[in-house]
Design a protein around this ligand. Structure first.
Ligand SMILES: *Cc1c(COP(=O)(O)O)cnc(C)c1O
Length: 392
């Protein structure tokens, strides 16, 4: 393992007394840098840092703090529970809850959701009169809320023609209004259509509440649709330095991947040409050479679908991952290079010794392509078994 020059804080149960060298390092300087880049692109809009799903797997509390240090004015979460975690850590920035926290089988469960939401001082997104009424009952006073309007995402949100009823609802003090794009990462026409449907809603909201915060853009909206910036932008993936889509590459905007996935060689053997490796024998050595085993597998979030399709940096050189990804271990073929036990291996991220060499860098986007998925899913699927270490 390489010595880490900066202060580090390990979080999570798995970090306590870790023996296995597998860990996720999150570079908080990269998060701060990325927030700065996005702020400059979105100006005069300010940044709402989306830290749902434990900060897309990066650690919500550390990421939220770094984002606020870099000037983010709001945070957003998907669950009441996620907001409570931020409040328990002492974070006092405004936190937007991105949907109505309903789905409980009875009225008592729904009241409890509303009570906890208000208890954690989260700002609800409201799309139905029923939820407005529930909030009013629980709070006994008008509740500050952002109206959530569906202009074409087809998920949650009220219809544009339902905006006036919510604006007039006595249980609410409307302090914001927002919508969400379905195709901001891939298509301009759909986003323009959604903006056309959104504009009359904005006018209505502003007429009733001139101070209301208007927001629509996600990461792809910030990077590709300046007309969508409004007062606030809700950025997730780009803040972590990852690409919303292959056509919207984070690096091209000067964004830096914050995440490094690192381990150490745990087993070394020399094999002769033709030696098969791992379940199903999907790979055999093309020539005599060295095979290194790494103590990480799909139980840690390495997608099994990437088997035989990614590379790692071992002692600073790229080598192919070979054979099926197994639950706890993966193999790497290093050819004539004899690895040593404990050699540093980077599965995602860059090489400390050559930080500016783009060929010595494995991006999350590469894994996403190999797995046939989007970059979002890769860090979200890195499991709690892997300690998160925050650097910088
Ligand atoms: C997750 C989410 C975002 C952030 O999206 P990114 O593409 O990661 O920037 C913004 N708004 C809503 C409603 C979301 O659910």
């Amino acid at each position: 393992m390489s010595a880490r020059p900066r202060n580090v804080t390990a979080t999570g149960r798995a970090a306590i007394d870790a023996i296995r060298p597998t860990r996720i390092e999150v570079d908080l300087d990269a998060i701060r840098h990325n927030v700065g880049v996005l702020r400059r692109m979105a100006e005069p809009a300010t940044v709402c840092a989306v830290v749902k799903a434990d900060g897309y797997g990066h650690g919500a509390v550390a990421t939220a703090r770094a984002a606020i240090e870099a000037g983010a004015t709001w945070l957003a979460v998907a669950l009441v529970e996620e907001g409570e975690v931020l409040r328990a850590a002492g974070i006092d920035a405004p936190i937007l809850l991105l949907s109505e926290p309903l789905g409980q089988p009875d009225a008592q469960g729904r009241r409890r959701a509303a009570t906890r939401l208000l208890g954690a001082d989260l700002t609800p997104s409201v799309a139905t009169v029923a939820f407005a009424e529930l909030l009013g009952e629980v709070a006994n006073a008008p509740v500050s809320a952002h109206l959530l309007v569906d202009t074409g995402m087809g998920r949650v949100g009220c219809r544009p023609d339902e905006v006036p009823a919510l604006l007039a609802h006595p249980a609410l003090r409307v302090t914001g209004g927002w919508t969400h794009f379905a195709r901001a990462d891939e298509d301009v026409a759909t986003t323009d259509d959604q903006l056309a449907r959104w504009r009359p809603c904005v006018e209505r909201i502003r007429q009733a509440h001139p101070e209301a915060l208007i927001h629509a853009a996600n990461s792809a909206g910030v990077l590709r649709h300046p007309a969508a910036h409004a007062d606030l932008v809700r950025v997730g993936i780009a803040m972590y330095g990852l690409s919303p889509a292959p056509d919207v590459p984070a690096a091209a905007f000067g964004l830096r991947q914050a995440l490094t996935l690192r381990t150490g060689v745990s087993f070394v053997k020399h094999v002769v040409a033709g030696t098969p490796v791992a379940y199903g024998h999907t790979w055999s050595a093309p020539r005599d050479g060295w095979v290194a085993t790494l103590p990480i597998g799909y139980a840690d979030g390495v997608p099994r679908s990437t088997s035989n399709h990614t590379e790692v940096l071992l002692a600073g050189q790229r080598y192919p991952q070979v054979g099926r990804v197994t639950m706890d271990q993966v193999m790497v073929f290093t050819g004539d290079h004899q690895p040593a036990l404990g050699d540093d291996v980077v599965l995602l991220g860059g090489d400390d010794r050559h930080p500016d060499d783009p060929t010595r860098f494995v991006s999350v986007d590469e894994w996403a392509a190999a797995a046939g998925t989007i970059s979002y899913e890769i860090p979200c699927h890195l499991t709690a078994r892997v300690p998160r270490v925050h650097v910088g």
